[in-house]
Design a protein around this ligand. Structure first.
Ligand code: GLN
Length: 420
């Protein structure tokens, strides 16, 4: 199944809220003295000298870390097939992908190899694998969880978040990892008094659930059957539903990929084989050494994105691509604000399609990017979202996504728990 890249146990404190619980950690989150590869040959031998803040918090909370999980290279993918260490198979759907990029983390939880897991979500990488593996995943509000020690893919979009078998489990892990951190100046105080696990009380009486037309109309029929059944279920428990519109999400996938690739091209420039990353041991001038280290160290998807990102940022094209994408991002944010003026949460299928067959996506990157249509708008708007299992189509898991206003993780946890 290929869940872990490095299987090594790290014991936490003797007691604490996670004592006796095992946690798998995505391999782009730094662990002191334990290899952290980002699923890349570039970092195959990299051993961080320090822990990410979330890892320190896991240890203090008494968790036992059981391994570093497989992922798309540097988080770039939707299927965990771009990993330099080979793909992970979906433990609940034979021959299918587990989703990505945190596929190893979701698979570890779904297969019972760990009680809980950490993933990171730049454009859906927690919610997609949670949906495809039939488990729960939360992408926190931007600024709720420290990114110190997370190897950056696209800083302005990503957050570390929890994966668990139940909403309460995932929420309890969020309680441990969230909160301000002096080492990450983008963390905020909001949400500090929250108790996410306690919010998993299933009480949706009086809740207004908005259903954005644009996030529903393109989904597969089998996915939609499951989705509408879940909406009926919420209504029967006292929630009110209404249709809403997020007009600008038609630009979201394009804007997301321009921003993500641009930030990635700049972040990944540090892997030059001299200071950081794989070095072929070559002699020569800097350009030759740099070029060969990167030729060998990066896989095809990473190279594609570095090239496109560099192009989008280059003089003369910056306004045409990067700035335009930022403008679209602002419009998406505005649409969500307007939708939340009349609703408490927004519901959609997490993924418009069920888990793809292994091997199907690598040859068609555009199709893979389009599968992120429902998850990337949430990152563009910095909002919190949860994916909760809603049922199956042809024995393949379907996840339902609930999005909330900024720092209202308690509301999405409450609504998701009503569906369990
Ligand atoms: N599939 C998206 C991408 O490839 C999201 C990945 C992520 O969230 N890390 O960029």
């Amino acid at each position: 199944m290929n869940v872990y890249i490095t299987e090594e146990t790290i014991e936490g404190a003797e007691d604490g809220p996670l004592a006796g619980r095992t946690v798998a950690v995505k391999d782009n989150i730094s662990t002191e003295n334990v290899r952290t590869t980002c699923g890349s040959a570039m970092l195959e031998d990299y051993v961080p000298p320090y822990d990410a803040t979330v890892v320190s918090r896991l240890k203090e909370a008494g968790a036992t870390i059981v391994g570093k999980t497989n992922m798309d290279e540097f988080g770039m993918g939707t299927t965990t097939e771009t990993s330099a260490f080979g793909p992970t198979e979906n433990p609940v759907a034979e021959g299918r992908v587990p989703g990505g990029s945190s596929g190893g983390s979701a698979a570890a939880v779904a297969a019972g190899e760990a009680d809980l897991a950490l993933g990171s979500d730049t454009g859906g990488s927690i919610r997609c694998p949670a949906a495809f593996c039939g488990v729960v995943g939360i992408k926190p509000t931007y600024g709720l969880v420290s990114r110190y020690g997370l190897v950056a893919y696209a800083n302005s979009l990503e957050q570390i978040g929890p994966i668990g078998n139940t909403v309460e489990d995932a929420a309890a892990l969020l309680d441990v990892i969230s909160g301000p951190d002096e080492r990450d100046s983008t963390t905020r105080d909001e949400g500090a008094d929250s108790n996410y696990a306690a919010a998993a009380d299933g009480d949706v009486d009086g809740l207004t659930v908005g259903i954005p037309t644009e996030l529903v109309e393109g989904a597969d029929e089998g996915v939609l059957d499951v989705f509408w059944d879940a909406i009926d279920d919420l209504e029967s428990q006292g929630a009110t539903t209404r249709e809403v519109s997020l007009e600008s999400v038609e630009y979201a996938v394009q804007a997301y990929y321009v921003i993500a690739m641009s930030e990635a091209s700049s972040n990944l420039a540090r892997f030059d084989g001299v200071r950081y990353g794989h070095s072929g041991g070559y002699d020569g001038n800097w350009n030759e050494v740099f070029g060969r280290a990167r030729e060998e160290g990066f896989g095809p998807e990473v190279k594609r994105r570095v090239l496109l990102g560099t192009y989008a940022l280059s003089a003369g094209y910056h306004d045409k691509y990067y700035k335009k994408a930022q403008d679209a991002r602002a419009l998406v944010e505005q649409d969500f604000d307007e939708a939340f003026a009349e609703t408490d949460v927004l519901a959609s299928p997490t993924m418009p399609v069920p888990p793809m067959e292994l091997g199907e996506s690598l040859s068609d990157p555009l199709k893979m990017y389009l599968a992120d249509a429902n998850t990337v708008p949430v990152n563009l708007a910095n909002l919190p979202a949860i994916s909760v299992p809603a049922g199956e189509t042809d024995r393949l898991p379907v996840g339902l996504q609930l999005v909330g206003p900024a720092f209202e993780e308690e509301t999405i946890v409450r609504a998701a728990s009503a569906l369990e």
